[in-house]
Design a protein around this ligand. Structure first.
Ligand SMILES: [Zn+2]
Length: 257
């Protein structure tokens, strides 16, 4: 089984795109494996764990052909804030849940454990983006906001963008309150296409499909979605719900190296 997932619609020369997995994860251990995040369960005193996270990020950076310093990951807060990186604005990570750049030689990344990692590439302008979309980001239309910025600021033709949506919790497992359904529907429409009620009276939603619908509404058509559910495969992916909030993070990464 592949340890890194390469979306089939991103096999262009020039752009490197991957979604990571836990690699050698263990269903019984919420952190073991290729964890890329310092948050959740890794305390200040856990020197061994922190060292392994830096080693994992270093391995990933060298796999992608950049230095560790060129791996740019925002401080994610479930907002719709977009960080546009230029030569003059690349600094310490700032709070944002999406990043856009036209710079070469850096890799944009987002970290997830059930939320939806989305990577976007415009082959014409060479602009790339990485997005973290949980239900809040989806309900605030963060993918539409990114596509709109790419269009207005970088002259991206949205119909020509290539979009890859990585592993996330799917509607087999993602039970939500009616308030969440309503919030996502308000931004997305077409509720029946990405949600369903079950016999137990609970509602289930699929945020990957909701983000796909939002992107299609703006003209995108080349969209790949991973078939894997993070919650169904806890030995392969970190899952916030499966481990009740204490777990590591996999990620989605894109760069023009
Ligand atoms: Zn599932």
């Amino acid at each position: 089984m592949n340890k890194f997932i390469i979306p089939t619609n991103m096999n262009h020369s020039g752009v490197k795109t991957i979604f990571t997995t836990r690699m050698d994860g263990d269903r019984k251990d919420p952190l073991k494996g290729f964890n890329l995040s310092f948050i959740n369960g890794v305390s200040e005193g856990s020197c061994g764990e922190q060292k392994s996270i830096i080693e994992n990020r270093s391995y990933l950076a060298s796999f992608l052909g950049v230095n560790l310093d060129s791996l740019v990951i925002p401080v994610q807060r479930h907002t719709d804030k977009v960080w546009i990186i230029s030569e003059t604005s690349i600094q310490s990570p700032i709070e944002a849940d999406a990043i856009i750049t036209s710079m070469r030689g850096i890799v944009l990344g987002v970290l997830v454990a059930d939320c939806v990692p989305i990577l976007i590439y415009d082959p014409d302008s060479g602009v790339i983006s990485a997005i973290h979309a949980g239900w809040r980001g989806t309900a605030s239309g963060i993918i539409k906001k990114v596509l709109d910025i790419m269009n207005k600021k970088f002259n991206t033709s949205i119909s020509k963008t290539i979009i890859s949506i990585g592993p996330s919790i799917r509607w087999c497992c993602y039970e939500v309150d009616p308030d969440v359904l309503k919030a996502v529907e308000k931004e997305t429409g077409n509720l029946k296409e990405y949600s369903k009620g079950k016999d137990n009276g609970k509602y289930y939603i699929d945020l990957a499909l909701a983000n796909q619908i939002q992107a299609v509404s703006l003209g995108a058509s080349n969209i790949w979605i991973s078939e894997e559910c993070t919650h169904c495969n806890p030995e392969r992916f970190y899952s916030y719900r499966y481990y009740k909030g204490v777990t590591g993070r996999q990620g989605g990464f894109i760069g023009i190296i």
